[in-house]
Design a protein around this ligand. Structure first.
Ligand SMILES: [Ca+2]
Ligand SMILES: [Ca+2]
Length: 724
């Protein structure tokens, strides 16, 4: 057993008392002991707090204020003084920072500059690379109007008393409008929302099962909070709206007013062993038809056949005999083929609207033709996107939404549509609204080099880079120029599983060396995780690595090329380690990364949320990126990566902006970057200044960054746990 004293310098914005939380290495932490033991003010050292510790030869510990502010995970085996500025020292901070202890040529910048917090006016922001993006599932973000809440048919959560709780459709535009200031404060200037058009399926709260591209789903709107109201409210705060658009598929019931997919009305479905009128499934009582509609049906399609429309209009209980025109059998009938109610017959689709090639099977996922011509899932029916009537309908519908003021589009399931076909849609929208920014989702777990690199099962034609280019040689990207259709950067994302999730940058330099493969790499949208994937071993879970690893990942994403995008909740490590989406048969949303986030945004709890170390970290990164054009628009040059650190240059001298970046992960690093432009540099992190003759030398603390800006403004934002 050992016995030593730790001291901690309380930052001005930390609450009192400062707490020490300790755990034994290898035990995974004993959460039962949280929040640990309070420290006492040190009578001999003003501002310092002290605590005597006894325990194993070395102790793992962290300091926190029980209000969400905390240090990284620390380790100590002897007396020590810890401050956010200097880390551990064996002597008090003043002595540790005396001039004789510093061998750096760096002088502190004497007048820290107050950098403008507000983004530039919307009308001046024509280049989308100036933005950073907050991505949210509208229905899971914040509930401003309980009257539009709705339970999907599938995966209802019941409490101990058997009451249905946590409606899938819960958050809405009214709630989002009420919390725009939260997103502003976090420093984001654009919000990517899930598809807002009217949806249908047993689980459609996320918007990816479109039924009517011309209407906004009423479960998102309120009398005083329409989609137009949301767009106007966002614009009034300088925030852009990115609308998610699905082109590839519709829901399994067809498209209102355009095409019907044959099935029986769901209100006539009776499970095996049950009888009509006995269905007891939360708000679905009597039958499984839409409980919010008086006629208890799921669709109201005017192009459905006469017999369908007739029983839609009457018989809400679903008790009158109905002959299935396909089989001659009569429903309701216990156990009658569920596929006739919930599924589709792939051989009996309208060829004017749908592809006729069945469902995607195993190997199809790595081969362009089946991937693009077959149905992805039972509730994602592949549209005949090359047909003029489909183009007219989807392009025309989205044009009307652009006219509401939508600022940018995110296109879903890109690899499921052939490139030239998809670009017809993208370019039509750009023609309709000049300066429109459109990016796509081409999901790949790996580098995604296609025919150009080893270890890729798929051809270039289904990979992200292909859609950013116009050439026709899958082995030669530069045979074609920029398509103007950048993609989410799944290549960089995929490396996080092997890099920052393990506390290293090793391998990052390699992927960045392939930046030339994209049409315009500076327009890629970069991210650590989203609603589908996370950087875990098999890409299924929310980031569950240590907090400092996340901080180091964000340092890279916010200083590297591309447009950073944060998935809602990341700022407080929300649902850390949970699967992004439901996995098991019985899973409900509350156990996943799509759990309702609004409980953290109530008036009572929002201050706690905003005090989280990652919230403060992201906020500062956004402020810094906003103030340095080179961080927004320049390519990366002079990339040097050695596992525990990286350095690179962002050269935008054509716009007068130039920055040298150094990153450290896991441990502090001493950086040296040569061949840079001579001049006076100021570090946006520390505010330090140095005159440079072409060689820049500077230290970077563990999991922090150095952002040395030529003729820069100096320190931007306040020190927090990681950037310091
Ligand atoms: Ca609601
Ligand atoms: Ca398709």
């Amino acid at each position: 057993m050992v016995d030593f004293v730790v001291r901690f310098l309380r930052p001005a914005d930390w609450a009192e008392p400062v707490m020490v939380y300790t755990w034994t290495p290898g035990s995974g932490g004993d959460q039962g002991n949280w929040p640990g033991v309070p420290m006492a003010a040190d009578p001999d050292a003003p501002g310092w707090y002290r605590l005597r510790l006894t325990g194993a030869p070395s102790l793992h510990l962290l300091f926190h204020d029980n209000r969400g502010r905390q240090t990284p995970d620390l380790e100590r085996d002897r007396d020590g003084w810890f401050s956010l500025q200097a880390g551990w020292t064996d002597v008090p901070l003043d002595a540790a920072l005396s001039p004789s202890s510093l061998e750096s040529p760096i002088a502190p910048h004497s007048t820290p500059t107050a950098v403008q917090l507000e983004p530039r006016p919307l009308q001046d922001r024509l280049d989308f690379r100036e933005e950073t993006i907050y991505f949210l599932l509208t229905t899971r973000f914040y509930d401003g109007d309980p009257s539009n809440n709705f339970f999907c048919r599938d995966r209802i959560q019941f409490d101990d008393q058997g009451n249905a709780v946590d409606p899938h459709w819960r958050g809405d535009f009214k709630g989002l409008i009420q919390r725009l200031d939260y997103i502003c404060d976090l420093g984001f200037t654009a919000i990517w929302i899930t598809p807002p058009i009217e949806n249908r399926s047993g689980l459609d709260y996320h918007g990816y099962h479109g039924y009517d591209w011309t209407r906004i789903d009423p479960r998102l709107e309120s009398p005083d909070a329409s989609y137009q109201d949301l767009i106007d409210a966002a614009h009034a705060k300088g925030i852009k709206i990115i609308q998610d658009v699905v082109i590839n598929h519709s829901c399994q019931y067809g498209i209102r007013g355009k095409v019907h997919i044959d099935h029986l009305p769901i209100k006539y479905y009776v499970a095996q062993g049950s009888e009509q009128g006995r269905e007891n499934h939360g708000p679905y009582q009597g039958n499984l038809g839409n409980y919010a509609w008086p006629n208890r049906d799921d669709i109201d399609n005017p192009v459905a056949p006469g017999w369908y429309r007739e029983c839609h209009e009457r018989d809400p209980e679903g008790i009158e005999p109905l002959v299935d025109p396909k089989t001659g059998e009569t429903v309701p009938k216990s156990g009658y083929n569920p596929g006739r109610f919930f599924g589709i017959d792939a051989d009996d689709l309208d060829p004017e609207w749908y592809h006729q090639d069945g469902f995607i099977c195993g190997g199809d996922w790595e081969s362009a033709h089946p991937l693009q011509q077959r149905h992805m899932a039972g509730d994602c029916i592949d549209l005949a996107t090359e047909r003029q009537n489909v183009k007219d309908y989807i392009i025309g519908s989205v044009n009307k939404l652009l006219d509401l003021g939508v600022d940018a589009l995110r296109i879903d399931t890109v690899k499921h549509i052939e490139r030239s076909n998809l670009l017809e849609y993208v370019n039509a929208w750009k023609d309709h609204k000049p300066d429109l920014f459109v990016f796509g989702e081409n999901l790949v777990k790996g580098y995604g080099w296609g025919d150009l690199g080893g270890g890729d099962n798929g051809p270039s034609e289904i990979r992200p880079w292909w859609y950013t280019r116009l050439g026709d040689d899958p082995c030669d990207p530069v045979s074609g120029g920029d398509s103007g259709f950048p993609q989410l950067d799944f290549g960089l994302f995929s490396t996080f599983r092997d890099t920052v999730s393990k506390g290293t940058y090793a391998g990052t330099g390699q992927i960045l060396s392939m930046d030339w493969i994209y049409g315009d790499v500076t327009q890629l949208v970069t991210f650590l995780q989203n609603h589908d994937v996370g950087p875990d071993n098999d890409f299924k879970y929310r980031f569950k690595g240590d907090q400092w690893m996340a901080a180091a990942a964000y340092n890279l994403i916010w200083t590297a090329r591309g447009i950073p995008c944060l998935y809602f909740g990341e700022e407080i490590e929300f649902m850390k380690g949970a699967p992004q989406d439901v996995e098991g048969e019985k899973d409900t949303l509350d156990t996943t990364g799509r759990a309702y986030f609004g409980d953290h945004l109530t008036d009572e709890r929002i201050a706690e949320t905003q005090a989280h170390p990652i919230y403060r970290h992201i906020r500062r990164l956004n402020l810094i990126r906003r103030a340095v054009p080179a961080l927004q628009k320049a390519r990366m040059t002079q990339v040097n990566e050695w596992g525990s650190g990286m350095s690179f240059v962002r050269d935008l001298m054509e716009e007068g902006s130039y920055a040298v970046i150094g990153l450290a992960i896991g441990s502090g690093q001493q950086l040296s970057v040569s061949g840079v432009r001579p001049g006076v540099y100021r570090d946006a992190i520390t505010g330090a200044e140095q005159h440079c003759d072409g060689n820049l030398h500077f230290p970077v603390k563990a999991n922090s960054a150095g952002i040395w800006v030529l003729n820069g403004p100096g320190k931007i934002g306040e020190d927090e746990v990681y950037l310091r």
